[in-house]
Design a binder for this molecule. Structure first.
Ligand code: NDP
Length: 259
């Protein structure tokens, strides 16, 4: 039997791919044979991430694209397709978190900042990639995997971070709809729902010793997650091993939500 997780010949696009979970997933995809393009907003971080990805020997690109920029996203997808020939896998991962003390302190500006990236930017990216996947299917070459970065916070309440949770719930809803609408083009769509993963985004939380320990006490696996913990699932969803897997949201949280 062929290696079901071999991604040779596939082209993957990872947004927010210059660090954290996005970079770990980009590395995992490259390590399994995929060409990988990352999008992120910082030139220097993009360059160092690209250098790291090149060590896996596949074709690698890094583009400075802000997912909230509708024209930039459309041009970016066109450029990737022109340069690499196709996009097989999209990891729509770029996101921000901007928690406040209480829902009552939540300003409309903060609310909009977070929804602009996590929901609108996510939508713009996924829409443009789906246009390409549909066109490819119409030309006799169906297929594709959309991996949407949601969060456990789509389902679990987090005081002062209701706006973030709302955007992650929106990702779940869009993934479900997309899986239904685009299945006929061979496109699969699934969401990842990570729990507590140690990255720059939530540094404030894991630097807080009391909170850090409190999370561990409730964590069946007994530790916070790392970006690398997401890699296996992402590679699986990108691969032919998952060819009948669509429309789901997968919790990856060390068992936290089972308690
Ligand atoms: P990081 O902050 O480490 O990485 C996110 C990356 O996305 C950063 O490089 C960030 O750049 C980039 N980014 C932010 N805004 C944009 C934008 N408008 N366009 C393009 N890129 C952008 O966070 P994580 O790796 O922790 O998070 C990755 C994803 O996983 C996010 O969607 C997050 O919500 C989700 N997630 C994270 C969890 C965790 O515990 N860490 C748990 C559940 C879900 P910059 O920082 O310079 O703005």
């Amino acid at each position: 039997m062929k290696n079901l997780f071999d991604l040779t010949g596939k082209v993957s696009l990872v947004t927010g791919g210059s660090r954290g979970i996005g970079l770990a997933i980009a590395e995992g995809l490259a390590a399994h044979g995929s060409d990988v393009v990352i999008w992120d907003v910082d030139e220097e971080r993009n360059a160092s991430a690209a250098a790291q990805l090149e060590t896996y020997g596949t074709r690698v690109g890094a583009m400075c694209i802000n997912v909230t920029d509708e024209l930039g996203v459309a041009e970016g997808v066109t450029e990737v397709v022109e340069e690499y020939g196709r996009i097989d896998v999209l990891v729509a991962n770029a996101g921000i978190s901007n928690a406040v003390r209480s829902f009552l302190d939540l300003s409309i500006d903060t609310f909009r900042d977070v929804t602009a990236v996590n929901m609108e930017g996510w939508f713009l990216t996924v829409r443009e990639v789906l246009k390409h996947m549909k066109e490819r299917a119409d030309n006799g070459d169906p297929g594709g995997s959309i991996i949407g970065q949601s969060s456990l916070q789509a389902l679990h309440g987090s005081p002062g971070n209701e706006h973030y949770g709302a955007t992650k719930g929106a990702v779940l809803a869009m993934i479900k709809g997309i899986s239904v609408e685009f299945g006929r083009y061979g496109v699969r769509a699934n969401a990842l729902m990570p729990g507590f993963i140690k990255t720059e985004m939530n540094k404030r939380n894991h630097d807080n010793v009391a909170l850090y320990e409190k999370v561990i006490k409730r964590m069946p696996i007994g530790r916070w997650g790392t970006p690398e913990d997401l890699v296996g699932l992402a590679v699986y969803l990108a691969s032919d091993a998952a060819k009948y897997h669509s429309g789901t949201a997968i919790e990856l949280d060390g068992g936290y939500s089972a308690m």
